[in-house]
Design a protein around this ligand. Structure first.
Ligand code: NAP
Length: 488
């Protein structure tokens, strides 16, 4: 058993003295069937939370050494007899081998902690299957979303939520209280029909990330192809120069910031569209179209992917001077200058452009890191709504403006140089500016007092064309009431 955090209970035990209505949770005996990884972690956690634990194993002698000395390890039937609440830490495939215990299990609460290997693997959930095998028991589904590791390391260091469902309210309440004493947050998921959904949760692979990842990949592919045409295919066709070496680093490094920048603007674009819709219809009670709803819900993931691309861009940029091609080009330029006897190669404008470009780039990356960190649930939970919206909304918008400055200083006057138009294609950075500048312009327009006021009123419940009751203070300070059209 690990010491430290695990040595003390995470929640103080409630005093139940003199209050017969409260079940004294800590001190209660809890049974665990099975002696595997989950059973062991569960037993350790239960013991540390003040419970008495009795473990039921097919081979108690061999397994006893794996458990804390405070836990009793005995045969399955013996263990079951000593308690009313039993965690079944056994795989579904082996439930039928527990049928011999049916008589001693009558009237007990069985907690099904099992998971499957595939989503919707069986017709009925594991918990429903267990309930069908032991009709004289009350089955509660729970604890399957926490891993053995989370149980060992303490709730502060892992997922704190324990999803629980059962057809029996009393049994569900008992298990919820046990979870609470163990330092977890029980979440009531309703009746047993939710068990299937609870069992699928640990098997889902990043469900909220699919759309943002496809979006990022789509953008990456488009910008990569565009940059490939400009940086590799164009010099080959026009000057028969082989620039394939640029693909792994240069082309990727011009693509990543485009994706990061456009993705960041896509975090703020749905908010602009939502505000336009509210202004147009004069109400906040009209449902947004599904695609906009989905987009609004995925802003966090889109923002995190934007940060990921920006961070990669920073690393790639730092590595640019390490390339052999870069060294050859430097030497080539130096030799050319020596041959031409050029002594002063300092171009003041270029120096300033680069200094500003790098500086604003670093600031933008710093702000993006802040946004990414504060979007993590553990950090977000420690912020109040005003702090969270200040960071995500105001600082996020500032990050977008600074990224725009970074892009503009990168481009400088290149947009006006006709040599930059390869196959008549404008430089990539000019394309990326389109969506972010639209968002920035829209935000500036929304901040005009006349529009801001209207938007604010709509968001506080005002509706166009609706008659509302009003209350006005009279000259004497008394209040008179009446009805008026709210858009007058
Ligand atoms: P495990 O290490 O393989 O342990 C399973 C235990 O089941 C064995 O130690 C065995 O204990 C017992 N058992 C009883 N009858 C059995 C039989 N007929 N054949 C084989 N074993 C039998 O598995 P685990 O990782 O602890 O998982 C146990 C349950 O917890 C599973 O349903 C799993 O889905 C769930 N779960 C596990 C985790 C995790 O992180 N490991 C997380 C969430 C949920 P005895 O030999 O002492 O009888």
């Amino acid at each position: 058993m690990s010491g430290g955090d695990m040595a003390k209970p995470l929640l103080g035990h409630r005093s139940t003295e003199g209050d017969p209505s409260i079940t004294p949770m800590a001190g209660r005996t809890i049974g665990v069937l099975g002696s595997g990884d989950f059973a062991r972690s569960l037993a350790i956690r239960l013991v540390c939370s003040g419970f008495k634990v009795v473990v039921g194993s097919r081979n108690p002698k061999r397994k006893a050494g794996l458990f804390p000395s405070a836990a009793e390890v005995t045969f399955q039937a013996e263990a079951v007899k000593k308690t009313d609440v039993i965690f079944v830490a056994v795989f579904r495939e082996h439930y039928s081998t527990l049928c011999d215990l049916a008589d001693v299990l009558v009237g007990k609460i069985l907690v099904d902690v099992s998971n499957n290997t595939e989503i919707n693997h069986h017709k009925e959930s594991n918990a429903e299957y267990l309930a069908s095998l032991f009709p004289a028991c009350t089955v509660v589904k729970g604890f399957n979303v926490v891993s053995a590791w989370t149980l060992q390391s303490g709730a502060r260091d892992g997922n704190k939520q324990v999803l629980i469902c059962s057809n029996n309210q009393e049994a569900k309440r008992t298990i919820a209280e046990i979870a609470q004493v163990m330092g977890f947050t029980p979440v009531d998921m309703g009746c047993m029909s939710s068990a299937c959904e609870i069992e699928n949760i640990p098997l889902r692979l990043l469900p909220a990330w699919k759309i943002p990842i496809f979006l990022a990949l789509g953008l990456f592919l488009c910008f990569f192809t565009y940059n490939l045409i400009r940086q590799v295919i164009h010099p080959y066709i026009r000057e028969q120069k082989n620039k394939l070496y640029k693909i792994p680093i240069e082309v990727v490094n011009t693509t990543l910031p485009c994706v990061a920048y456009v993705m960041l603007s896509l975090v703020y674009l749905p908010g602009v569209l939502a505000a336009c819709s509210q202004l147009y219809y004069g109400t906040k009670y009209r449902r947004f179209p599904d695609w906009l709803d989905q987009w609004l819900q995925h802003r966090k993931q889109i923002g995190l992917l934007s940060f990921f691309c920006a961070a990669l861009h920073a690393v790639y940029s730092l590595c640019l001077p390490m390339r052999r091609s870069h060294r050859y080009q430097l030497i080539e330029t130096a030799v050319k200058q020596a041959v031409e006897k050029k002594m002063n190669i300092w171009v003041e404008e270029e120096v300033w452009r680069m200094e500003i470009y790098i500086s604003v780039g670093i600031i933008a990356l710093g702000l993006l890191s802040l946004l990414a960190i504060t979007s993590l649930p553990s950090i977000a939970n420690s912020l109040n709504w005003r702090e969270f919206s200040f960071i995500q909304s105001t600082l996020g918008f500032i990050a977008l403006v600074i990224s725009t400055l970074h892009t503009l200083t990168y481009g400088w006057s290149r947009a006006f140089d006709e040599n930059q138009y390869k196959f008549y294609l404008p430089p990539t950075y000019t394309l990326t500016l389109l969506v972010p500048c639209t968002v920035i312009l829209a935000k500036v327009i929304f901040s005009l007092p006349c529009i801001q006021q209207r938007l604010l009123r709509i968001r506080r419940g005002w509706e166009k064309g609706r008659y509302v009751k009003f209350v006005l203070p009279s000259a004497t300070g008394e209040y008179s009431s009446g009805e008026t059209s709210s858009n007058v």
